[in-house]
Ligand binder design. Structure first.
Ligand code: ADP
Ligand code: ZN
Ligand code: ZN
Length: 747
């Protein structure tokens, strides 16, 4: 007997099946999905692989399988899913299989019983293929280093003590890797059991509104019929989508099936969990997300595997939870970016969910107040059944929104970040002891310094990006690689001392607000105040529980939270996300503004939203101020159609990066030429743009180029790209080639 085996490796040219002879003593026991040990090439140690096929003979001269590993086996369904992912996302089949493996068991079964309160966790600091490239090119040679890195590739966020034990290495090895920038060690509070201390009062089903009832009925019928159908619950914030999810899950459980519910990473909050625990009790619920330790994840995984927990709530990767009898998949806030993986495998959870739901013949439910353009387009095409909720379930009104033209403010001599209207409203709110959220629509990037005489801006020495000024430490920092240097007072280029600070960051805003309202209490939330250690959860709890007057924050304040006492939301500059070089700039702006506006007046108190902008006439801002998704959709759909962007095509970005600029350029041009020829040969419906440096053309001393393809990403297109990549992989050692299908960032 011969087994077809996939080698567990990220090396690109091992991404195929290899034949191995099954020795007589294993012939009786070997099964599809078994994890086996194999001799491979000239390697001294055995490689690990998965049996994905069994047949009588091979056309090759083959080696013997060395042994079968005990424990976890991968199901036939999952092998199929992994193959599908490898094709769709241009990853190795083993990269996809990795997502489905139990946490921590890649080398040994975990026995991790943690009691302490504050512990050190190790995280990878580089991407997996970057690490593999370093191993391949012998930048990393030590077996111990390789063991640690490979272990982390499969289990990010491991206790240092665990890591020492599993990989059989000393603390010194871990510290060397930290020093060399491959990993970081983060001190974190842990709770072994994510439900610890949770005593939640039981509640019961609410009586549906008519709109909720209609939506529920359609989906419940499909659950009963056990067939595939995709639904989009499109409902304004607070329209009672979650209540529908809860009752759908109940239905699924009553049929003795399980349900997976995905939520954006950041909204997996205790508040949200409480609602599920109140309805179902914690015994039935498993939680999976990246903040759990390997031990915790392993426990949750086992509870799912043993069918103890029938409700799985988790972030993106929870879609791969080992559920036996799945009856329903729900994706809440389906438009959220966090569903798209930016690391290999670069999958989109919605696409994987759709594939699974079709194969298993179960319904897939998407929910959002601001659906993704592509999702809504599909709904219009009747590929997805559209279920609309137009009213807030608890009868609170949507907030009143006002747009302030910042150009007029400037013209009338107001140089602060607050318009007079916003100033008045904050003052009023402070008097009434109500809470305010001030939102700055930009991620991290804040103030940069520029010479007023010659226009020089200080750039990072490793990345082609402007350094950001951090006021507290009086330093300039790179938000890409962490490089920092003292602030400059004299222009390094022309010697002038006319250094000016541009832009508005959260730090600067906080300082100004403090000056303007010296008696107000405030708290800031952005990448600098939120770390792996201080969760955004803690900041938001403090804001709510201590009734702090003003919360200042970036994107992070937008999602999922319910603050009854917030009556005013101020958007300081709505333009930040409009001026980025991305075809989704309008969509993002609309989504963010709509969501942030939804934070005001969630209960009895009426809400007010003030949006300050330099583009008061831009349709995404206008539509968001009216909370009018349909109008936004119509305009944006038209633009996308004219310019040919998704949903009217797929976009595939091939990123090429490496330390030698010349080499990166050569490989990029090689790819470009080959693609061009292959597209012609296959007559593929793909539009090819010539290779160019990426918008940020150097990050961490690596030069970056990219090739963009637009078109219908069908089997032919897939084959074209695959064939060209295979040629390039053999040619381009030391150069990293990454393919991203419909990436969430175009930078
Ligand atoms: P969404 O998920 O659409 O934002 P939620 O399900 O969180 O909306 O509902 C918003 C609020 O309305 C919650 O406080 C919820 O308890 C309440 N609610 C939902 N459905 C009903 C209902 N049928 N009757 C009364 N209140 C409801
Ligand atoms: Zn840098
Ligand atoms: Zn100068």
């Amino acid at each position: 007997m011969v087994a077809e085996v996939i080698i567990n490796s990220t090396v690109k040219n091992l991404n195929k099946t290899f034949d191995y002879n099954v020795p007589a003593e294993l012939a009786g026991t070997i099964k599809l999905g078994d994890r086996v040990l194999l001799p491979f090439g000239n390697a001294k140690t055995l490689e690990e692989g998965f049996v994905v096929g069994l047949k009588d003979t091979s056309e090759y001269k083959v080696k013997d399988i060395a042994g079968i590993q005990e424990g976890f086996k991968i199901s036939k369904e999952n092998i199929e899913l992994a193959r599908w992912m490898a094709k769709r996302y241009f990853c190795n089949i083993s990269d996809a299989i990795k997502m489905m493996l139990p946490p921590g068991t890649s080398t040994k079964v975990i026995e991790n019983r943690v009691k302490e309160k504050s512990l050190n966790f190790v995280y990878l600091k580089k991407e997996i293929d970057e690490i593999e490239l370093a191993i391949e090119t012998k930048v990393i040679k030590s077996d111990k280093h390789i063991r640690v890195l490979r272990f982390l590739e499969q289990n990010d966020g491991v206790l240092t003590t665990d890591l020492e034990m599993f990989c059989d290495v000393s603390r010194a090895i871990i510290h060397t890797l930290e020093k060399n920038g491959y990993i970081e060690i983060v001190e974190k509070q842990v709770e072994r059991n994510p439900f610890l201390h949770k005593v939640v009062k039981k509640d019961s089903n609410l009586v549906f509104t008519q709109e909720q009832q209609n939506a529920y009925k359609k989906i419940a019928d499909t659950i009963e019929k056990r067939k595939f159908e995709e639904f989009l619950i499109y409902g304004v914030t607070g329209s009672g989508k979650t209540e529908i999810y809860l009752q759908l899950i109940q239905k699924v459980i009553s049929q003795n099936q399980s349900a997976i519910m995905l939520v954006p990473e950041i909204s997996l909050t205790p508040q949200m969990l409480d609602r599920f625990i109140a309805r179902f009790g914690q015994e039935q619920i498993a939680v999976l997300h990246s903040k759990l330790s390997v031990g915790e994840r392993y426990d949750q995984w086992q509870r799912i595997k043993k069918n103890e927990a029938k409700i799985i709530i988790g972030a993106r990767s929870a879609i791969f939870a080992p559920v036996e009898n799945l009856g329903l998949i729900i994706i809440d806030e389906e438009h959220d970016d966090s569903y798209k993986s930016e690391m290999t495998p670069r999958y989109h959870a919605r696409e994987v969910a759709r594939k699974m739901a079709t194969d298993k013949q179960i319904p897939l439910v998407l929910g959002s107040a601001t659906p993704d353009m592509t999702t809504f387009y599909r709904a219009k095409q009747n590929e997805i059944k559209l279920l609309t909720l137009t009213k807030r379930a608890n009868n609170s009104n949507l907030p009143e929104v006002e747009i302030i033209d910042l150009r007029e403010e400037l013209a009338s001599g107001n140089k602060t970040m607050l318009s007079r209207r916003l100033y008045d409203e904050i003052s009023k709110n402070l008097e009434n002891k109500h809470q305010t959220i001030l939102f700055l629509n930009r991620r991290g990037f804040s103030t940069f310094v520029m010479c007023r005489d010659c226009g020089y801006t200080v750039k990072c020495k490793n990345c082609n990006i402007t350094l950001t000024y951090h006021m507290k430490e009086n330093k300039l920092k790179c938000h890409y690689c962490g490089y920092e240097q003292p602030n400059v007072t004299v222009c390094p280029e022309c010697g002038s001392d006319k250094i000016k600070y541009f832009g508005t960051g959260t730090q600067k805003l906080e300082a100004q607000i403090q000056k303007i309202f010296p008696n107000a209490s405030m708290i800031r939330m952005d990448v600098d105040t939120v770390s792996k250690k201080n969760s955004h959860e803690e900041i938001l709890n403090k804001f709510r529980d201590e009734n702090i007057d003003i919360l200042i924050g970036t994107q992070m304040v937008v999602k999922g939270h319910h603050f009854p006492n917030v009556t005013l939301v101020g958007v300081i500059a709505a333009d930040g996300s409009l001026n980025i070089d991305d075809y989704r700039a309008s969509e993002r702006t609309f989504q963010i503004l709509t969501q942030v506006a939804g934070r005001a007046g969630r209960e009895n108190l009426p809400g007010k939203v003030i949006i300050q902008t330099y583009n008061p006439d831009h349709f995404s801002i206008e539509c968001a101020s009216k909370q009018n998704y349909n109008e936004f959709y119509k305009i944006e759909e038209n633009l996308r159609k004219q310019l040919k962007y998704p949903p009217f095509c797929d976009i595939i970005v091939i990123g090429i990066s490496g330390e030698k600029e010349e080499k990166v350029k050569n490989i990029s041009e090689f790819l470009g030429t080959k693609l061009n020829a292959k597209i012609k040969e296959f007559n593929a419906d793909l539009m090819l743009y010539s290779p160019r440096p990426a918008p940020i053309d150097k990050i961490k001393n690596k030069y970056r180029w990219r090739i963009i393809l637009k078109g219908d990403f069908d089997d032919i297109a897939n084959e074209v790209i695959k064939e060209v990549l295979e040629e390039a992989y053999t040619k381009g050692s030391k150069t990293r080639i990454v393919v991203d299908v419909n990436p969430s960032s175009m930078m």
